[in-house]
Design a protein around this ligand. Sequence first.
Ligand code: AVJ
Length: 310
Amino acid sequence: MKHATPENEFARALLKGLSDSPKTAEAKWFYDAAGSALFERITELPEYYPTRTEIGILRDRLPEIAAHVPAGAALIEFGSGASVKTRVLLDGLDQLAAYVPIDISAQFLAETADGLRRDYPALTIHPVTGDFMTQLTLPPALDARPKVGFFPGSTIGNLDRDAAVALLAQARHWPDAAGFILGADLVKDADVLRAAYDDAQGVTAEFNRNLLHRANREAGADFDPDSFAHEARWNAAEARIEMHLVSRAAQRVQVAGQHIDFAEGETIHTENSRKYTAESLTDMAQAAGWRVADLLTDPQDYFAVALLKP
Ligand code: AVJ
């Protein structure tokens, strides 16, 4: 064999995406420790409205959200929990019996669960380790409980439509599925959208380039990260922000023992962040067997928290 298969999953996935035309990388690879810290900084940027807008909706509309959650229910969160958003709900929904954070990192989950058990002694915490894009097994102790899914942050926007529908359908098929609370970013003025993904301080640019630093650290690559420019494009036809890393020159890069050639201006497409309308959200929910019982938005209509019912 000419090329040995790289032994780690990140290196394999990276090589595969870089052999595609156009070159791509999946957004989930942003989140090593450095990338997660950069994302936390993004959520505090003046241009990045989604996090603070969603928290505002959750706080302001707690009574309506509470009415959506049956007594004795389990709240099942996709992705990293223990954030401000989770706590807003746990503080406001005293009818909850259980909280189930699902995360890929067992270590992170264990720490989260300890903190939550301290702060919410009345709540049973059942952490589930796993990739929420795959079929998950819920703890049998939850069998009899009504289940409400929670997927905040518009992280659903990273998924293509089929994957998003599959995730929502999985929750719809839980025994005693009672509802779903979905955070989704909305289509708006293109300049507002672009600024949110290309901030003046350059934090998002560093977040994007961290993929190259990570490739150098973990995938035997020799990228010169400064030779790639950060670009955030609004793709109106697909209703999505795309992040790209644009090669500033023709160059050859080594990745896990193979070489990858870039033309000047050639890009690695590193993320899609889909933006929704009431129509496209309703359509996606319906395709997964849910109906939109309520669509809670902020006064500017920047962000939506959709309350889905079977
Ligand atoms: C975590 C996927 C919701 O799409 O807004 C932020 C990630 N990328 N800035 C988003 C992100 C660039 C974020 N999500």
